[in-house]
Design a protein around this ligand. Structure first.
Ligand code: 5GP
Ligand code: ZN
Length: 113
């Protein structure tokens, strides 16, 4: 857990551009944006991936979706947005701390590649 990149970002040990923060959630701009607006939302507790969400920690995911609504209003994303969680090797997850990509301000193709 000490080596977790997103735990370090939450603690401020690695700098990030904050988009939103509360007791349970931290959101920051992605370093390699895939859309004109691309934030990453993480729970302020180490959960490895979406496969590790269970009854003991699903509260954090609820708080993340509450935060998404607040960010969408604050950032005027009324045209829409996409929330993506990559999980595991086939899902393309590269950082082992549960996170939700919030992508907006361009038309997003469906299905993704
Ligand atoms: P994943 O590929 O696991 O779904 O998403 C990880 C995301 O974290 C990627 O979009 C990547 O650009 C972003 N990322 C990786 N390292 C850093 C960093 O040091 N700072 C920020 N702001 N984003 C990062
Ligand atoms: Zn972590």
């Amino acid at each position: 857990m000490n080596d977790c990149l997103f735990c370090k970002i939450i603690k401020g040990e690695i700098p990030s551009t904050k988009v939103y923060e509360d007791e349970y959630v931290y959101a920051f701009l992605d370093i390699a944006p895939q859309a004109p607006f691309h934030a990453v939302l993480v729970p302020k507790t180490h959960i490895a991936s979406a496969a590790d969400i269970d009854e003991s920690n699903s509260f954090y995911t609820a708080k993340i979706y509450e935060a998404i609504g607040k960010i969408a209003k604050a950032e005027n994303l009324e045209k829409g947005f996409r929330v993506v969680t990559n999980c595991g090797e086939d899902g393309g997850q590269t950082v082992g701390h549960l996170h939700f990509h919030l992508l907006a301000r361009r038309y997003l193709q469906w299905p993704p590649g």
